[in-house]
Design a protein around this ligand. Structure first.
Ligand code: ADP
Length: 169
């Protein structure tokens, strides 16, 4: 069955899905953008679990391209899957790392038993990845690796991002 990929313009913290993906930073201790919004709305349980994960497994940070899950606190979702996107670079092709964020998030989601997963536009904010390119990588990876999920929802915060992802789709 082909992967059911949907597109919405909105706020990822309001999505009624099994798991939401967080564009985290490697410290796992919160940041701006999506990360800030998830911790603000989800409450302190998420951060508490992130701290535990740091202490037990990721003392030097969650590596770029990897993903790990916590509770979703007060969010409508059951889990938050934290992944660290690559900072965009003109010198170096880091596309594989951006694809890896999507692939690893799907792998973690599958392990959890999540059927519906919402993704933000990873790396396109503070990490400056060109929108059209990030959209192509995200859509391609969800298509290739998203077998078996009921819905993979791309949640775009603004019109420009929405348009870029719609074009990629
Ligand atoms: P990164 O550090 O990976 O670039 P950011 O959080 O800075 O992550 O930005 C990623 C994308 O998420 C940007 O397009 C930004 O506009 C968008 N964004 C910010 N807040 C939210 C939110 N609450 N829900 C969905 N997308 C959001």
């Amino acid at each position: 069955m082909p992967t059911h990929i949907t597109l919405v313009q909105g706020d990822i913290t309001e999505q009624d899905v099994d798991a939401v993906v967080n564009a985290a930073n490697s410290s796992l201790l919160g940041g701006g953008g999506v990360d800030g919004a998830i911790h603000r709305k989800g409450g302190p349980d998420i951060l508490a679990e992130c701290r535990k994960l740091r202490a037990s497994h990721y003392g030097s940070g969650l590596p770029t391209g990897q993903a790990v899950a916590t509770t979703a606190g007060r969010l409508p979702a059951r889990w938050v899957i934290h992944t660290v996107g690559p900072v965009w670079s003109r010198q170096e092709d880091r596309s594989e790392l951006l694809a890896s964020c999507h692939r690893e998030s799907l792998r973690v989601a599958r392990e959890l038993g999540a059927r519906t997963v919402a993704f933000p536009a990873i790396s396109t904010g503070v990490y400056r990845w060109p929108l059209d390119d990030a959209a192509r990588i995200a859509v391609r990876t969800l298509r290739e690796e998203g077998e078996g999920f009921t819905e993979l929802r791309l949640v775009l915060f603004d019109q420009r991002s929405y348009d870029a992802f719609q074009a990629a789709l």
